[in-house]
Design a protein around this ligand. Structure first.
Ligand code: SF4
Length: 359
């Protein structure tokens, strides 16, 4: 198996750190303000022929509003898929920017709005298109496989897009064809897939600022305090955290894992925004956030994505009212990105896999 080969340069890490530090959460609202905004958003969704589609990691208020208005709460590709199949002419995507781009790639004829265009993703920022293209050019013999958490330009450079739901099946398929793989951007997910499949993979060294922070030592202690608990882990987490998991999977697979678990307590290593939908699936179980800080470190994200947290009722109402936060994707880039996305969708459907994955 090939070793990892492309470290994220310090300047990109510095940019990620500074964007994490400057990500602004919406101001707190009292009950009356919240209710007024909820009514305004409901009215605007109707007036603008729009549907609200929210990611599992955004504020519970927005997930609830999406459900109440005939929208959808899911992972990134399923959000885009839902939008493409919905009759509304405007899609409002509450999530981070690459999710808006994916929705636009699948629905070029629709207007795609986001509450804020400043909601980034450390995997996307840590994999700039030009540097990534250079890396690919150095390894022309390799099939380029990128995770859904990338810009439209990076998807356009790829042969395949994958999600954490279907990456194992797709890499197994490529491996069986004797293909060598260039993988980007998440290093933990890449290593996990590499170990599971034995494929020859060169790994870009990106990371998610939320999942990278889960701590193995503290998790062991937490498990000792809750001996009956099962551990659900997203594969963007470090290897020594994944090693303690009862279930490893995408957001939707973790919710399904919770549903099938016999345990009364579940320790969950992913963004705690997922608790809203997970608790709906298992109302009788106690959900516990896996540790991100403690003896070995303090946390910066503390199990909640700073960019997902930028989505709020006020900026949601504002984008609907004014049309601010519209997503545009260059048509040439879109066509190429659609090819790698479509390859994944066709493969997943032919294998009877769920077509969507997650962030
Ligand atoms: S949780 Fe991680 S992978 Fe998801 S959007 Fe935030 S930084 Fe990106």
């Amino acid at each position: 198996m090939a070793e990892m080969s492309h470290a994220v340069p310090e300047r990109l890490q510095a940019r990620i750190d500074s964007l994490v530090a400057s990500a602004e959460r919406p101001r707190p609202l009292d009950a009356e303000q919240r209710e007024a905004l909820r009514s305004r958003v409901k009215r605007l969704l109707e007036e603008r022929d729009a549907v609200l589609i929210a990611h599992y990691y955004v504020d519970e208020q927005l997930q609830k509003l999406a459900e109440e208005t005939g929208g959808h709460v899911s992972d990134s590709l399923d959000m885009a898929d839902f939008g493409a199949n919905h009759p509304a002419s405007t899609l409002v995507i509450a999530g981070v920017r690459f999710m808006g781009e994916t929705a636009k790639i699948l629905s070029p004829e629709k207007r795609v709005l986001m509450p804020t265009l400043e909601a980034e993703c450390s995997l996307d920022i840590g994999c700039p298109p030009e540097e990534f293209a250079h890396f690919c050019d150095q390894h022309p013999e390799r099939t380029v496989v990128v995770y859904a958490n990338t810009s439209a330009e990076v998807k356009a450079r790829a042969d395949w897009v994958v999600t954490s739901s279907n990456a194992l099946a797709i890499v197994n398929h490529l491996e069986a064809n004797g293909e060598k793989i260039l993988w980007a951007p998440d290093r933990h997910l890449g290593r996990y897939i590499q170990r599971q499949t034995g494929a020859d993979m060169l790994l870009w060294q990106g990371h998610c600022v939320v999942h990278d922070e889960f701590k193995a030592f503290e998790l062991e202690r937490l498990r000792a305090e809750h001996p009956g608990a099962e551990v659900l882990v997203h594969p963007e987490s470090p290897e020594d955290v994944i090693a303690q998991a009862d279930v490893v999977g995408s957001t939707r697979q973790l919710i399904e894992g919770a549903r099938q678990s016999q345990a009364d307590e579940l320790i969950v290593a992913t963004d705690y925004g997922i608790f809203y939908k997970m608790q709906q699936a298992v109302p009788g179980k106690r959900l516990i956030v896996a540790p991100t800080g403690g003896k070995s470190a303090t946390c910066a994200s503390c199990a909640h994505c700073p960019w997902m947290a930028m989505n709020g009722l006020e900026n949601l109402a504002h984008c609907l009212e004014t049309g601010a936060g519209e997503i545009h994707v260059d048509s040439g880039v879109r066509e190429k990105a659609l090819e790698s996305l479509q390859r994944m969708l066709d493969f997943s459907r032919s294998q009877g896999l769920v077509t969507a994955g997650d962030a």
